[in-house]
Design a binder for this molecule. Structure first.
Ligand code: WT7
Length: 634
């Protein structure tokens, strides 16, 4: 098991070694897991193709280190406390042994469907332990999982399944979310009308609602599990075989399938969890992220379970039935480690301090933040009201593509500065570059955040399109991985993430490409053209602001706006719905036809005076028209 770094001096020493002797450093880390065959070489890499391989020729199955290992030493240790959406429903407890047995049985089900190593299985499920079990069953049989967050629309789901050529879907009948019940299976059915590759659908019954059932294709989880043999031996996989594909938005085109491979991801997700959170045996960890996002992959399923942690899995939402729900859970389970997103903190903060004060939060030892910059006000509220000024806040910076936390304080070790992600983890080599790609040396500099050396869980490719991976991450600056984030390094060398420098917006910690939202809006018949930008939003961090040009039509503006919202919900999902829509007669364009987004961003913030240089605009008159519309919007 991993012994967490215990002091700042130890951190500095580890960091130094990880930079001067990276191979020796990571080899020692990797040796702490179960391998079926040892690697022949620790690292092989270049950032030009790019090609990165860790623990080359090593053979393993990640579930051996997650399940078999813990089942041998502590089978009855709790893996999951499942807290259902409705507090009246009884909680459930799953030990490591029980998870192991369920995973093995589900492997039996997958085998009976003919699933084999390398097949892609799509998971579209609520936040329940069976989702983690499904993830692990895929890993155990060597199938590549692609989890799609159950808030995405049928169209988005279909697009992802087609992109990766999924042959099977694991889903549920419905999902409980706050006061709503979401018809998960019918969304899957709708998606599957457009996905010829899927042959099998396995349905976990969560809500017990009536669903359409297609004989020959569909099967119920419970019946299939009863009939399946439990296959115990895990498939031997290569260290560089893909473990999963997770789709994420970028500044251009459709979402891309980020590919992570087994060996490096295993080592880094476990390593980062142990050091950042300083998890000790007996601690109770609660991460509020859904497994449909990378945070749920790395810090619900893989990182904590590789460390044999006990955690709470919560199905519901922070405000149901009351905005004290998270704090009630902390009290109920004596949660020691709580990891959430700034948007949740800001939202709960808005209900007032009196709510958390009604609960006993004294079990808490470490608080975590992820997904977007945490503003100072939210940081202080989290620190004072939730942590009673006793708990460090680990502001963890990372991305879907990085697989694990790269820049973050180590709890109780790294000095904290509100809104700073502080220092890189061992093995992580950040650099800041200016627009020309010149590396900015020294402290007190600000630039684009890049990494100059691979860490074990760096993405390996984007599914089916390696060129796109090269173009998106490795082309902007030669021999550097470019994150898309702007960042500042202060006088002590501490890092503060400023936000995206590309056309990606971060809405409630979720990443959305403006181009993707525009193309959804453009599907609405009345729309001729649209431009989407982010604007500062009190709760969500960034809100979505859409400028839309429409054809003259009978419908009134309100009706068109309603239709646009419906269209975006249909094409992407409710998370991508614009917060504000203005229907305008023109967009600020240069003579070469390029939309000047800088101006649209300013106006979305309500800033009309300092728009900068507008002399290159084809028709400076459009500005006045847009301004009137925004003011009328209120
Ligand atoms: C983008 C990655 C990492 C899991 C959740 C989001 C922003 C993430 C922080 C942080 C400031 C952050 C960045 C990054 N971001 N964490 N602690 N401070 N910004 O994963 O959807 O891949 O988004 O989220 O802009 O590039 P993602």
């Amino acid at each position: 098991m991993i012994t967490p770094i215990q002091s700042f001096e130890q951190y500095l020493e580890a960091y130094e070694q990880s930079i001067t002797q990276p191979e020796a450093y990571w080899e020692n880390q990797a040796a702490q897991f179960l391998w079926k065959e040892k690697w022949s070489k620790v690292l092989d890499w270049n950032f030009t193709e790019p090609s990165v391989q860790w623990f080359v020729n090593g053979k393993l199955n990640i579930t051996d280190s997650i399940l078999d290992r813990h089942v041998q030493t502590h089978p009855d240790k709790v893996a999951f406390y499942f807290e259902p959406n409705h507090p009246e429903e009884a909680r459930q407890v799953y030990t490591y042994l029980e998870v192991y047995e369920q995973v093995c049985r589900l492997v039996g089900v997958l085998k009976s469907k003919g699933i084999k190593k390398g097949d892609r299985i799509c998971l579209y499920m609520p936040m329940i332990p069976e989702l983690a079990i499904a993830v692990l069953a895929c890993a155990r049989i060597g199938a590549i999982h692609s989890v799609v967050f159950a808030g995405f629309s049928a169209q988005s789901l279909a697009e992802r399944m087609n992109d990766c050529g999924a042959t099977m879907v694991i889903t549920s009948d419905g999902a409980f979310r706050g006061q709503k019940t979401i018809p998960i299976k019918s969304i899957v059915d709708e998606a599957l009308e457009h996905v010829p590759s899927v042959q099998h659908v396995l349905v976990y019954q969560r809500t017990n609602e009536t669903i359409a059932f297609k004989e020959g294709r569909d099967d119920y989880w419970a019946t299939a599990m009863e009939q399946a043999s439990s296959v115990y031996v895990s498939e031997a996989m290569d260290s560089e075989d893909p473990l999963f594909i997770l789709y994420t938005s970028g500044s251009t085109g459709k979402p891309k399938g980020v590919v992570h491979t087994i060996g490096g991801y295993m080592v880094y997700s476990a390593f980062s969890f142990a050091h950042v959170f300083q998890y000790q045996p007996g601690d109770i960890y609660f991460c509020t992220a859904d497994i449909g996002w990378i945070t749920g992959h790395s810090y619900v399923v893989y990182g904590p379970m590789l460390n044999g942690a006990t955690q709470v899995i919560f199905e519901g939402i922070p405000t149901h039935p009351t905005p004290g729900r998270f704090w009630e859970i902390v009290e109920k389970y004596n949660v020691t480690h709580f990891y959430t997103a700034p948007t949740a903190i800001r939202s709960l903060m808005s209900f007032g301090t009196s709510i958390p004060k009604q609960y006993n939060l004294s079990s808490l030892k470490v608080l975590g933040s992820v997904g977007e910059p945490i503003n100072e006000e939210a940081w202080h509220w989290y620190h004072d009201t939730i942590g009673n000024q006793q708990c460090p806040i680990v502001d963890t910076w990372w991305q879907t593509e990085t697989g694990g936390i790269l820049i973050s304080p180590l709890a109780n070790i790294t000095p904290l500065i509100p809104s700073y992600a502080t220092l890189p983890l061992p093995g992580v080599q950040p650099v800041l570059v200016d627009a020309n790609g010149t590396i900015l040396e020294g402290n007190e500099v600000e630039g684009n955040l890049c990494l100059k050396f691979p860490w074990p869980s760096i993405l390996r490719t984007t599914w089916g399109d390696h060129q796109r991976c090269q173009q998106t991450y490795f082309a902007a600056y030669p021999n550097l991985y470019f994150t898309g984030d702007g960042c500042k390094r202060d006088h002590n060398g501490y890092y503060r993430i400023i936000g995206r420098v590309d056309d990606v917006i971060n809405v409630s910690g979720h990443r959305l490409g403006t181009a993707e939202i525009e193309s959804a809006i453009n599907e609405q018949v009345d729309v001729v053209e649209s431009a989407v930008v982010g604007f500062p939003h009190d709760i969500k961090g960034q809100g979505i602001f859409a400028y839309v040009i429409c054809t003259p039509s009978e419908s009134n503006e309100e009706a068109i706006k309603r239709d646009i919202l419906q269209m975006v919900t249909k094409v992407i999902g409710p998370i991508a719905k614009p917060d504000k829509i203005v229907i305008v007669s023109g967009l600020p364009k240069t003579r070469s036809g390029k939309i000047m987004r800088r101006i649209l961003r300013k106006m979305a913030e309500g800033e009309f005076h300092q728009l900068g240089d507008t002399s290159t605009l084809l028709d400076p008159g459009v500005i006045e028209g847009i301004k009137e519309k925004i003011i009328a919007l209120g």
